[in-house]
Design a protein around this ligand. Sequence first.
Ligand code: AMP
Ligand code: MG
Length: 402
Amino acid sequence: MTETPYFITVEEARDITQQTLPSTSTETLSLGDAAGRVLAEDLTSRVDDPPFDNSSMDGFACRLDSQATYPLTLSIVGTQAASGENDTSPLLAGQAVRIMTGAPMPPGADSILPIERCDVVDDTQVRLLEPPKPHFVRRQGENLRSGTVALSKGAVLTPARLGLCATMGYPEVNVVRRLKIAIVSTGDELKSPGEPLRHGEIYESNSYGLAGLVEWAGHEPVRFASVSDSLNSLRIALNEAASTCDVILTSGGVSMGEFDYVRRLMEDEGDIHFWRMKIRPGSPPLFGLWNTTPLFGLPGNPVSSHVVFRMLVAPYLRSALGADGPREWTVRARLCDRVKSTKDCLTLRRVTLTSTDEGMMAHQPKHQGSGNLDSLATAHGLTLLQPGESGEVGEWIEVLVL
Ligand code: AMP
Ligand code: MG
């Protein structure tokens, strides 16, 4: 039997988790229901965008006469509204058509002068103060040609991309089904917010934070009632989670403590693929299978569970769906406070960011306990301090934007 990988780098941990991805399926959704979803196929435009030459300005359409001098008076021979009723015969030299933004170019016209640069004399005459401009004509297909793939399989349907689907003529789209992610927090000390607290008890917060992260990642969280520190109740909860969900996230119970039952149960009755990762905070996680369902054993400390989700679970979920998002952004920032680094771990401290003329500045205003959710809630980013990097004031480092 090979030994379970232990205390490995984040990259090694990612590689291991990605060998055990959940299976996915697809569904067809109407475009109005598809925000944030992941395309299951390439989308080819069904039309030219724009579908016809049209005006990008309210003004007058006419023919550009390179010999003319300005101001130049033209006779108004019609009106072209955006709805496109085309009631004009081909435009002649000396004639102009009143035109609205988006309206098709009248036949014979090649240029537009915006209304602000025109003097309308009366219903029949307009004085152009300067030459009309061909660049105010939006050409058929200049944005996108019919038959072009504009969105690829795996694209997350951001608001702009949803609009583009409609522009391309799709009333519905084929998307990857969201995964159901079970969230099981463990610990005898946990009480739901609102309940009275006895000495030694705290409010359970991880399931809420993790559910938010699962939604941010584009999936469906299923929050379980928190489980007491007993092998039997944990086993029951995990069986239920494995039979109803695609992936299980647990929180707590994966360290070396006597009551760290997630680790013990996974050791005895599950299948652990790795345990512990070189990351601070958040070194205790494990990954493996419960029955046949992938399970991430996340640390109990609230900052740690969040950080491990961002570094390990989020990339896993993106890979599972082949999704190109949600995008993770990093920026280079200069440390304005000293940040405690570690010898062998990737260190993620919570920093605020300010943009200055000298670049992005990172401050660490809050105490960095892994139980201090306030330090995370007020942070803009997490330092990606590599093992051995000093973390001294003045150093330029990579920061993951939250
Ligand atoms: P554990 O990993 O179970 O030893 O927990 C580490 C720390 O995180 C302890 O202080 C726990 O009380 C705390 N903790 C564990 N689970 C949660 C949770 N769901 N919400 C808030 N704090 C928790
Ligand atoms: Mg515990």
